[in-house]
Design a protein around this ligand. Structure first.
Ligand code: AMP
Length: 123
């Protein structure tokens, strides 16, 4: 169930400010309030999807395409395509998803190190 009171829904409705880096009819992108890297931007689809699982299962192809096209463009606009960047989409409890509106983190601007915190958790 999508909770329309989540913080990104409020940002999308303009009820809470954000440091916007890009907007079109399909997505809004803004700086993360607690950056984990020199570049840390969140890309949020305007449709009401709880997480990547919801988005990938329910979004029509036009929305899927518009979203991922925007992610690539925003990364290029941020300049991190040259040095490299990481995309993260947290889904659910094990991934510690904090905001229940699907979003992708674009992280870059420095060497990001291991794949996950604590390095290889499966050891
Ligand atoms: P996740 O764990 O993938 O759900 O990440 C949620 C992200 O949203 C975290 O990195 C937070 O720092 C970020 N965040 C929470 N509130 C805001 C806000 N008002 N503006 C920008 N970023 C936010």
């Amino acid at each position: 169930m999508y909770d329309s009171n989540n913080i990104f829904a409020k940002i999308l409705r303009g009820e809470i400010p954000c440091k916007k880096v890009f907007e079109n009819e399909a997505v809004l992108a803004f700086h993360d309030i607690a950056p984990a890297a020199p570049v840390h931007v969140l890309v949020v689809p305007k449709g009401a999807y709880v997480s990547f699982d919801d988005f990938s299962a329910k979004a029509p192809p036009v929305e899927l395409h518009a979203f991922w096209e925007a992610v690539g463009k925003i990364a290029r606009d941020l300049g991190v395509d040259k040095s490299g960047y990481r995309l993260i989409a947290n889904h659910g409890k094990d991934a510690a998803q904090a905001v229940p509106h699907f979003h992708v983190h674009i992280l870059g601007g420095t060497a990001l190190g291991g794949l996950v915190a604590g390095d290889r958790l499966a050891r």
